[in-house]
Ligand binder design. Structure first.
Ligand SMILES: *[C@@H]1O[C@H](CO)[C@@H](O)[C@H](O)[C@H]1NC(C)=O
Ligand SMILES: *[C@@H]1O[C@H](CO)[C@@H](O)[C@H](O)[C@H]1NC(C)=O
Length: 191
């Protein structure tokens, strides 16, 4: 990467996309749990699967070596929530795709579709847990949208999202509670 070729006006964007700072107590790695009382998505873990995120279901991950991989059964974000806490070289970046769906890059690829939002994401500390926030596109965090196969997919909470069943009114906004996780990677790579 030749930094000299990056125009200076792009540098803040570039910095935002770079892997986050090391985990600290104020800025930890974290897993996410949804809360929205009196709804079907109260207390569901946020899981990475198929380059997207879901409430409930299972985390899907891959281990290319015979031993030495983390369990890979929990979805853990790196500090700041710009990436996933993985071992794979190059990491896996988190972004919001042009449909508004929270997404992550494939291992060994930096490809992000044009028109995606690469942030701002943030971790907001709290008393017993923190909050994971997306504030791009004027969004107020995240919402979960029902799918044809009865899952809940995670989107940025924006009215213009293109959602699985076509009707944003069916989506439920939720609080993304961030629970501090171990700072060591939680998976080799998510798939
Ligand atoms: C993940 O796997 C580990 C090791 O097999 C196990 O101890 C742990 O309970 C599992 N965690 C979840 C969230 O399923
Ligand atoms: C949705 O609207 C926001 C705010 O106007 C805009 O920045 C964004 O590009 C739009 N996103 C989509 C998915 O059309």
């Amino acid at each position: 990467m030749k930094f000299s070729l990056v125009p200076s006006f792009l540098l803040p964007l570039w910095a935002a996309a770079a892997p986050a700072a090391p985990a600290t107590p104020e800025n930890p790695s974290f897993s996410v749990m949804s809360t929205r009382s009196g709804s079907p998505i109260h207390f569901l873990p946020m899981n990475a699967a198929g380059q997207k995120f879901w409430l409930g279901g299972e985390t899907t991950s891959y281990c290319p070596i015979s031993e030495g991989c983390p369990p890979g059964n929990q979805t853990v974000f790196g500090p700041g929530g710009y990436g996933l806490n993985v071992m794979v070289p190059g990491g896996q970046q988190v972004y919001v795709d042009p449909n508004g769906a929270l997404s992550f890059t494939q291992a060994h690829s930096a490809y992000i579709p044009q028109g995606s939002a690469i942030g701002p994401f943030s971790y907001q500390p709290g008393q017993n847990w923190g909050y994971y926030i997306f504030s791009g596109w004027g969004a107020s965090g995240f919402m979960a949208c029902p799918t044809e196969d009865n899952r809940w997919q995670v989107f940025a909470a924006v009215q213009n999202a293109t959602v699985p069943k076509g009707n944003v009114a069916e989506c439920l906004g939720f609080n993304a509670l961030a629970n501090t996780a171990d700072s060591s990677p939680a998976a080799w790579q998510y798939i």
